[in-house]
Design a binder for this molecule. Structure first.
Ligand code: SF4
Length: 115
């Protein structure tokens, strides 16, 4: 690999973002319910329900969600244009987590105590 090439730096940054310093995918991915599944399910907006059904029964949903949100958090464009279903959250649901809508109506003190 040519280390003088500018794209090498980008490649290395991407591998770090995806796999961390070990260069290996996280161990939890071996237990993913989507392992071996058609990945298009997670990016096809007409099949979101199918993707979320898979995620709902996934034993590593917490790890997956945390990993995806953390990865998206690293750059504004990933947060702003979140796409695909991961960790049982659609892109728009994750976007709402990254950029919570602010209410325009003032919250009364009575409503703050309601759980
Ligand atoms: S939560 Fe969904 S996207 Fe994440 S590993 Fe499990 S099945 Fe795959």
């Amino acid at each position: 690999m040519n280390t003088q090439n500018g794209s090498y730096v980008g490649h290395k940054a991407l591998m770090l973002a995806l796999f961390g310093r070990s260069g290996q995918p996280p161990a939890w991915r071996a237990e993913a319910a989507c392992s071996g599944q058609d990945t298009e399910v997670f990016f096809d907006s007409t099949r979101t329900e199918q993707a979320q059904t898979l995620c709902a029964g996934c034993p590593v949903q917490v790890e997956c969600r945390s990993d995806q949100l953390g990865w998206e958090q690293q750059t504004r464009s990933r947060r702003y244009y979140a796409a695909g279903t991961f960790g049982d959250l659609t892109g728009s649901q994750r976007n709402q987590l990254h950029y919570p809508r602010k209410t325009t109506a003032p919250v009364s003190t009575d409503q703050k105590d309601v759980a």
